[in-house]
Design a protein around this ligand. Structure first.
Ligand code: Z5A
Length: 209
């Protein structure tokens, strides 16, 4: 049986993940591949309900441990009910964020160890990893500018954290890529969406059938 391929797209807020995912899905579709676009937290009814709990309310709504557990619970449902069934049907799955967001946001940036995040992932999702992860890397000032233009300065509970937090997130993503070069590739997210799209596609082209 031919399995689909699982790709995650990561990066800071406003790095262009949603834009690039739409463009990548179109390009894969033109290659005759069936594609399912999904997101985290979310992607299933239960995980979308957890998304509301995670992204709404004040910054002190959850402690670091509770936040990490909620992301792992949402991911568990997402993997079991959406990602794995789609892959089994030969569908390519592109997820807007996945495990590496938990490693960067709840791990490196909120102070939980990477081992603890990976342990939650082992319990929740059997340690299931994407075939390829793309990190869209953008300097903080550029991502602030993009989100300001889009949202007029409104942020969700996690996006609203200070610049030092978001710089730790960026550094953590880059460290993950350095440690896992086979799975994780960094793509410079500066420049036009078309230029970024070309750079991104070059990093997944080897996966095409
Ligand atoms: N989170 C976590 O803490 N732990 C976890 O395990 C997971 C998530 C899974 C989810 O937020 C939050 O949950 C997130 C991390 C946390 N919070 N933060 N920070 P979300 O899903 O609501 O949003 P997001 O993931 O942060 O992404 P975003 O803000 O929606 O942005 P984006 O998808 O990366 O970018 P975009 O919407 O494609 O582009 C942003 C704007 O820039 C838009 O107006 C575009 O038209 C424009 N754009 C895009 N590309 C370009 C280029 N190349 N040039 C110029 N302008 C561009």
């Amino acid at each position: 049986m031919i399995m689909g391929c699982f790709i995650s797209i990561e990066g800071g807020e406003g790095a262009g993940k949603s834009t690039q995912i739409r463009m990548l899905a179109e390009r894969l579709g033109a290659h005759g591949l069936a594609v399912d676009i999904t997101r985290e937290p979310g992607g299933t009814e239960g995980a979308e309900a957890i998304r509301g709990l995670l992204l709404g309310g004040g910054d002190d709504r959850w402690g670091a441990e509770a936040e990490a557990l909620l992301f792992a619970a949402a991911r568990s449902d997402h993997v079991a009910k959406r990602i794995k069934p789609a892959l089994a049907k030969g569908i390519w799955v592109i997820s807007d964020r996945y495990l590496d967001s938990s490693r960067a946001y709840q791990g490196a940036s909120l102070g939980l160890s990477d081992a603890a995040i990976m342990q939650l992932h082992a319990i929740g999702s059997g340690g299931f990893l994407p075939e390829r992860t793309i990190i869209l890397d953008l300097p903080l000032a550029d991502s602030r500018e993009r989100t300001k233009q889009r949202d007029g300065g409104e942020s969700d509970r996690i996006g609203g954290r200070d610049d030092a937090f978001h710089q730790r997130v960026r550094d953590a993503f880059l460290a993950i890529a350095e440690a896992e070069p086979h799975r994780v590739r960094v793509v410079d997210a500066r420049g036009t969406a078309e230029d970024v799209g070309e750079r991104l596609f070059a990093q997944i082209a080897d996966l095409l059938p």
